[in-house]
Design a protein around this ligand. Structure first.
Ligand SMILES: [Mn+2]
Length: 256
């Protein structure tokens, strides 16, 4: 917080109130507790601005009556739908971010916040998943998932009138397509962020000597090294190093 000489300077930068901690809601799943801790560690360690990390915990939301929908067969995590409570949880004020717990940050979150533009209702990495061929070699029809992965990391303009629609009632009753494809918004209300902020392990590629392709946040979307089956995935070493650092610091805190 910038509180020089006892005065609070009210400075805004592209709509982001730089005096208030930037709220980052992280999807929490008990099966991936370690992923959450390492993700949080990676953000805090590199951030040059005050941030507040808030886990989105389904059991807590159920207790407080904000989440009641039945778990569907296709929900791979406990935050599949609860993520869309982000604007509500931020009191429909300012900008806040949602991110899955399977991310590893390699850059300062300030760089991301500086991309914020008030003309948008949300901003995210607009991955293009349209397959090049409409049928696979075996003749099976390709399943196209429009806007797949877009909702895994989103900057929400929580004060934007359009996002008022995201009440607990709507989040608990609307379809996956409506929510994950941002169907409450027009296309031009969705801002674009460079893909390196949601770099999909196993899909996106680093191009040698092209720094615009170097990941700023790796998304272990298929599963990360915290699962045995993925301990040798791409960028596993980066995550494991971060985990060791987190463990060391956590141990120190217990001893203090
Ligand atoms: Mn994910």
């Amino acid at each position: 917080m910038s509180m020089r000489n006892g005065k609070v300077h009210s400075v805004t930068c592209n709509g982001a109130d730089v005096n208030k901690p930037f709220k980052i809601f992280v999807g929490y799943d008990p099966r991936e507790d370690l992923a959450f801790e390492v993700c949080r560690h990676s953000i805090l360690k590199r951030s040059s601005i005050p941030v507040e990390i808030i886990p989105i915990v389904q059991s807590d939301l159920r207790k407080s009556g904000l989440y009641w929908r039945e778990r569907g067969k296709f929900e791979s995590t406990e935050f599949s739908f609860s993520r869309f409570l982000t604007p509500y949880l931020a009191n429909y004020e300012g900008w806040a971010m949602f991110v899955d717990c399977d991310f590893l940050y390699l850059a300062d979150i300030k760089e991301l916040r500086d991309l914020i533009d008030d003309k948008y209702a949300i901003m995210c990495v607009q991955h293009d998943y349209a397959p090049k061929e409409t049928t696979k070699m075996d003749g099976a029809v390709q399943t196209v998932y429009p806007r797949k992965n877009w909702s895994s990391m989103v900057l929400y303009n929580c004060g934007h009138p359009k996002n008022r629609i995201l009440t607990p009632e709507v989040v608990n009753t609307q379809t996956g397509a409506f929510l994950h494809r941002f169907q409450w918004l027009e296309d031009e209300e969705i801002g674009s962020i460079p893909f390196v902020w949601n770099f999909l392990e196993g899909h996106n590629k680093v191009v040698e000597n092209d720094s615009t392709t170097f990941p700023k946040a790796i998304h272990y979307t298929r599963g990360g090294p915290w699962f045995d089956a993925w301990k040798n995935c791409e960028f596993a070493d980066l995550w494991l190093n971060e985990m060791e650092e987190y463990m060391k610091e956590a141990k120190k805190k217990i001893q203090e």
